[in-house]
Design a protein around this ligand. Structure first.
Ligand SMILES: [Zn+2]
Length: 163
């Protein structure tokens, strides 16, 4: 549903904490996967990186094809810095601003996840939260849809069909 929105609007960006790569698989192109993507492996010594679609096919422990050192998934673990390129993209997009920001299925406990909603609110843009429970941004959004992400986004896209 989110990928579909990229076809319907000039500029749609997805900021996600998920590392499962499902936004890519669904066809979204403008993605800031701020915690990385588990499908990319990176060498701890030389920085060589490559994509793995099927973990069942890699040798254990995984080693670098270039230098034989240990490799790891290119994801952010607790206490690690966020990837610079993603942070830069996020800041660039937030500087341009958005007409609407949807916060979907996140408790927004990380400040960089809450930031787009806070920025949108400050600029007077539309803010919507889709979440069955309460979050850090629930009290500032224009609309709260207290339901699951799939049902809510299906309804949003269906409503666009009839708009
Ligand atoms: Zn290496």
């Amino acid at each position: 549903m989110i990928a579909e929105l990229e076809h319907r609007f000039d500029r749609v960006w997805t900021l996600t904490q998920n590392v499962d790569g499902l936004h890519h698989a669904a066809g979204s192109r403008n993605i800031i996967d701020i915690h990385g993507d588990v499908h990319w492996l990176v060498c701890t010594r030389c920085g060589h990186r490559w994509r793995v679609d099927n973990y069942a096919r890699i040798s254990i422990p995984p080693s670098c094809a270039e230098c034989d050192a240990l490799v790891r998934p290119e994801v952010v673990l607790f206490g690690e810095m966020l990837p610079f390129d993603r942070v830069k993209s996020l800041q660039e997009q937030l500087m341009r601003g958005f007409d609407a920001v949807f916060s979907i299925g996140t408790t927004s406990v990380f400040p960089y996840i809450a930031q787009p909603v806070i920025d949108a609110r400050r600029r007077g843009a539309l803010t919507v939260e889709i979440n069955p429970g309460a979050s850090e941004v629930s009290h500032i959004v224009d609309y709260r849809l207290r339901t699951g992400a799939a049902a809510a986004m299906e309804a949003v896209v269906r409503a666009l069909d009839h708009a």
